[in-house]
Design a protein around this ligand. Structure first.
Ligand code: 5RP
Length: 217
């Protein structure tokens, strides 16, 4: 089974969490794109969605799924999103697609965060996947120097602007043994808008797709 087939399988399994819910928070990425395709088939069973990126909004609308402003709906019942890395504590690295800030906002505003991923995303320690850090453009070099002090190797994601008009630094070679501490430390660097450690907004449920099926933890 290919990685994309596993993503599709796990996205289908997540439909269970969408049924009979008013508003679904929808993440960003290729796994979530499969979810949106499946959601299109059960449109009557939920009211609509809150989106975590412009890309997801476009896809939801193209599928005929109403998209609501987060400010208009308040707390969201369930948020479903992928991840770049998942540790055994259900803490994540996210932001490979650059949507980390809005993803973290919708996750924070949701009662339950269901993370959907293929088994390659499961790790013991976060950090092999470069940590995405969204920064105010004028702070990029300063933040990069601060990330070097934390032991990382920052790489500017060139020719990429986030939905919020900011830039991304991908920080390589971090061994994130204490995700909460790393999330706080990076957030405290002036100029950082958000970083891709999801420890305070970790997942409540992980659906992991493998050739043997989908496991829930
Ligand atoms: C986007 C994300 C995605 O959830 C993450 O990159 C996983 O993507 P995919 O489902 O394509 O593997 O955080 O900002």
């Amino acid at each position: 089974m290919t990685q994309d087939e596993l993503k599709k399988k796990v996205a289908e399994a997540a439909l269970e969490y969408v049924k009979d819910v008013a508003i679904v928070g929808v993440g960003t990425g290729s796994t979530v794109n499969h979810l949106i395709d499946f959601m299109a088939g059960i449109k009557g069973q939920f009211e609509g969605a809150v989106s975590s990126s412009e890309g997801t909004t476009q896809r939801l609308k193209a599928a005929g799924i109403p998209v609501f402003d987060l400010n208009a709906v308040g707390e969201v019942e369930v948020y479903i999103d992928g991840a770049d890395e998942i540790n055994p504590q259900k803490e994540l690295i996210k932001g490979g697609g650059g949507a980390l800030t809005r993803e973290k906002i919708v996750a924070a505003a949701s009662k339950q965060f269901v993370c959907i991923a293929d088994e390659t995303k499961s790790v013991d320690v976060l950090g092999k996947f470069p940590l995405p850090v969204e920064v105010i453009p004028m702070s990029r070099s300063y933040v990069a120097r601060e990330m070097v002090k934390l032991g990382g190797q920052p790489v500017w994601r060139e020719n990429f602007i986030t939905d919020n008009g900011n830039e991304i630094i991908d920080v390589h070679n971090l061994k994130i043994l204490d995700p909460k501490n790393m999330e706080e430390t990076v957030n405290n660097i002036v100029g950082v808008v958000c970083n891709g450690v999801f420890s305070y907004q970790k997942a409540d449920v992980i659906l992991l797709g493998s050739a043997n099926g989908v496991t829930t933890s």
